[in-house]
Design a protein around this ligand. Structure first.
Ligand SMILES: [Zn+2]
Length: 118
């Protein structure tokens, strides 16, 4: 097994231990086990972290674009209704998967776990 940078492994949506097996089953569902190294991925939980980054990044990118379209081009209202919802939804889904992979890879790399009282 090779040691790979966790961010690159996460962006590639690959297993955080071997970097070979696919991390997701379907669009955003994490597999129970790595198909390559049999790593147990049931405990992998990225929580709301990826969604927060998507909101912040997408908001920073799209908010200026919305203002530019509105005040620069002054289109009719329906242009906003047709343009932004599919763009936001598509970009959010496209960003969510690799960011979720990065969060899980970083959790594995730093051996993050919930606090336990012994
Ligand atoms: Zn693996």
């Amino acid at each position: 097994m090779t040691v790979r940078a966790p961010i690159l492994t996460g962006l590639a949506c690959r297993c955080p231990r071997c970097g070979q097996g696919r991390l997701f089953r379907g669009l955003l569902t994490v597999r129970e086990r790595c198909e390559h190294c049999d790593l147990d991925l049931k405990a992998a939980d990225s929580g709301d972290g990826p969604a927060v980054f998507v909101i912040l990044l997408l908001g920073a990118i799209l908010a200026p674009l919305v203002f530019w379209v509105e005040f620069g081009l002054e289109p009719p209202f329906w242009v906003h209704v047709v343009l932004w919802p599919p763009l936001v939804l598509g970009a959010a889904i496209a960003m969510l998967r690799p960011l979720k992979g990065v969060m899980i890879a970083l959790q594995f790399h730093h051996q993050a776990a919930e606090h336990r009282v012994e």
